[in-house]
Design a binder for this molecule. Structure first.
Ligand SMILES: *Cc1c(COP(=O)(O)O)cnc(C)c1O
Length: 467
C-alpha cells in the first residue's frame, strides 16, 4: 500500500477525531460565525506528486479555507431558502459517508439500504399526512425532484396520445399550465426538451396574491378542448409563500384529464403543524409532489424527495428505465431505484433524514415549523412598524418580502442590502415581486430565536440610517 494511505489507515481514529473537533468548533460558534465573506480569487492549483496525508491536509484546509466559510447553516442566514442541520441529521450524514452504500434494489441478497430509504419515505409521508400510495425516493434537491416528477408527467402526456416519448422523443406541443412556477421548474422544462418558454401562464388571484385564480384556470382548461395537460402548482411560492387552492384543483381533477404536480419544496412543511396544515389540504390528490429536505427538514445538503403516485409507476419506470445491462434484471420484477429516478449510483441520502425524523418525531418538526413562522412574524411586525420599510406582501408563512418605503429603486435597494449583508451578522437576498425590487428573508433554520430577531432588526435599522 502507498505509504500515506497506509499511515492514514493506521491513524484513522485520530484523523476522524481531529475532523470531529474541527466540525464541533464550527457548530459551537455557529451563531457567531460571520454570514458573508470577501473571497479572493484562486490562483492556478497543481496537484503535487507526493501527498501530505490526512492530518496535514486538515491543517492546510484550516489555514487556507476555514476562516472564509460562512455561517450558512446558522440562525441568521436568511437568503434564498437555506435550512440548517439538526444534531441527529449530522450523525446520519456522517454515517451515510462512512457506510458508503449505494441504495438500489431490494433483492434478498442485496443490502439493507433500500429498506432504510423506503422506511424513511414512510416516515415522511406520515409527517406530511400523505397516503401510502405514493412511491417516494431521495434525489439531490427540489430541482431534481421536480425533474423526476415532470419527467413522468411528460411520459403520461405522451401515453395519452398513444406515444412513448421516453423511447421515441417528444412529438408535438405539450400543454403545461402554471401561475408562479419556481425557476427550477422552468429549468426542468428546458432539460426535458419541452422548452422553458413553452408553458401557459395562469392568472393569479387579484390583489397581492401568487395563488392560481381558479376561474382563470377553468377558462384555460376549456380552451384546451379536452387535450391532456400538466399543471404545475405551488405549495409555497418563494417570494410570499402563497399556496394554490388544492381542494379546488382536486375537484377539477374529477372532470378534467391532467397531471397535477405540486412544488412544495419548503411550503409542504405546513402539513407538519395543525396551525398551518389547512394550506396543504387536498394535496394528497396530486399525481406528484416535490419536497426539499435540505430546507425545512434541516438535514445537510444535498437532499430532497419526490412522491409520485404508485398508479403511475409504470410510466415512471418507462421514463427512467436503465435496464439494458443484463445484470440488472427485469425492472418490473425487481424494484431498483435506478429505474425510477435520474441517477444510477447514489448515496444513502435517506440516512440523515431517518436520523432526524426518528430523533425528533412529529413534535420536533411541529416545533421547527411553528418556531420559524413565529420568527418570520416577529420580523414582519418589525417591518410594518418601521417608518423606512414596508412589506411587499402580507407574511403568510415563513418568508418575509419587503422593501424600502420611499424610492425603492434597484440601486437603492441593492445598496441597502449590501450594507446590511456587510454587517456579517445577517444575510438576505434580493428579489423582484410584482415589478418591485425588494428583499426576501426566509425563515427555515431550527436555531433561529427571538434574540436573533433582535440582532437582525438592529442591523436593519443601522443599514436604513446609512443609505
Ligand atoms: C428551493 C426551491 C426549489 C429548488 O430546490 P433546490 O433544492 O435548490 O434544487 C424548487 N422549488 C421551490 C419552491 C423552492 O423553494
Amino acid at each position: 500500500m502507498e505509504h500515506l494511505l497506509k499511515e492514514d489507515l493506521i491513524n484513522f481514529e485520530a484523523l476522524l477525531e481531529k475532523a470531529k473537533l474541527q466540525g464541533l468548533d464550527y457548530l459551537q460558534h455557529l451563531p457567531k460565525r460571520k454570514t458573508s465573506t470577501v473571497v479572493q480569487s484562486i490562483t492556478n492549483a497543481n496537484l503535487n506528486e507526493e501527498g501530505i496525508g490526512g492530518l496535514e491536509t486538515l491543517a492546510q484546509f484550516k489555514e487556507k479555507w476555514e476562516s472564509q466559510i460562512v455561517g450558512a447553516s446558522g440562525p441568521r442566514y436568511l437568503g434564498y431558502v437555506v435550512g440548517g442541520t439538526t444534531p441527529a441529521s449530522i450523525m446520519g450524514d456522517w454515517l451515510a459517508s462512512i457506510y458508503d452504500q449505494n441504495p438500489q434494489t431490494v433483492s434478498s441478497q442485496g443490502d439493507v439500504s433500500v429498506q432504510i430509504e423506503h422506511a424513511t419515505i414512510q416516515l415522511m409521508l406520515d409527517l406530511f399526512q400523505l397516503p401510502n400510495d405514493f412511491l417516494g425516493g431521495f434525489v439531490s434537491g427540489a430541482t431534481m425532484s421536480n425533474f423526476t416528477c415532470l419527467g413522468v408527467a411528460r411520459q403520461w402526456i405522451g401515453k395519452e396520445r398513444g406515444l412513448d416519448f421516453a423511447k421515441d422523443g417528444i412529438k408535438g406541443d405539450l400543454n403545461i399550465l402554471s401561475a408562479v412556477p419556481h425557476s427550477s421548474a422552468l429549468k426542468c422544462l428546458s432539460m426535458l426538451g419541452i422548452g422553458s418558454k413553452n408553458y401557459t401562464l395562469i392568472e393569479t388571484i387579484k390583489g397581492n396574491r401568487e395563488a392560481i385564480d381558479i376561474q382563470d384556470l377553468r377558462r384555460k382548461i376549456e380552451s384546451l378542448n379536452g387535450a391532456p395537460f400538466i399543471l404545475i402548482s405551488s405549495a409555497g411560492t418563494v417570494n410570499t409563500a402563497d399556496f394554490d387552492d388544492f381542494k379546488a384543483i382536486a375537484e377539477l381533477k374529477v372532470n378534467h384529464n391532467f397531471w397535477w404536480h405540486i412544488d412544495g419544496a419548503f411550503g409542504g412543511f405546513a402539513a407538519c403543524s395543525p396551525k398551518y396544515d389547512h394550506l396543504t389540504e387536498g394535496w394528497d390528490k396530486a399525481d406528484s409532489i416535490t419536497v426539499d429536505c435540505h430546507k425545512w427538514l434541516n438535514v445537510p445538503y444535498d437532499s430532497a424527495v419526490f412522491f409520485v403516485r404508485k398508479q403511475h409507476s409504470k410510466l415512471q419506470m418507462e421514463t427512467f428505465q436503465n435496464s439494458n445491462a443484463p445484470y440488472l434484471g427485469d425492472p418490473s420484477e425487481n424494484f431498483n431505484y435506478l429505474n425510477f429516478l435520474p441517477e444510477n449510483s447514489r448515496r444513502l441520502r435517506a440516512l440523515p433524514a431517518w436520523f432526524s425524523l426518528t430523533a425528533y418525531g412529529k413534535k420536533g418538526y411541529r416545533y421547527i415549523v411553528e418556531n420559524a413562522v413565529d420568527m418570520a412574524q416577529l420580523f414582519s411586525n418589525f417591518i410594518e412598524e418601521t417608518e423606512a420599510l414596508e412589506l411587499l406582501a402580507p407574511t403568510r408563512l415563513n418568508n418575509v418580502c419587503f422593501t424600502l418605503k420611499s424610492d425603492a429603486s434597484q440601486a437603492r435597494v441593492y445598496a441597502f442590502l449590501d450594507t446590511l449583508n456587510k454587517s456579517k451578522l445577517v444575510y438576505m437576498t434580493p428579489t423582484k415581486y410584482q415589478n418591485s425590487f425588494g428583499i426576501r428573508a426566509s425563515f427555515v433554520n431550527w436555531r433561529t430565536n427571538a434574540a436573533d430577531i433582535d440582532i437582525i432588526t438592529s442591523e436593519i435599522l443601522k443599514a436604513t440610517a446609512h443609505i
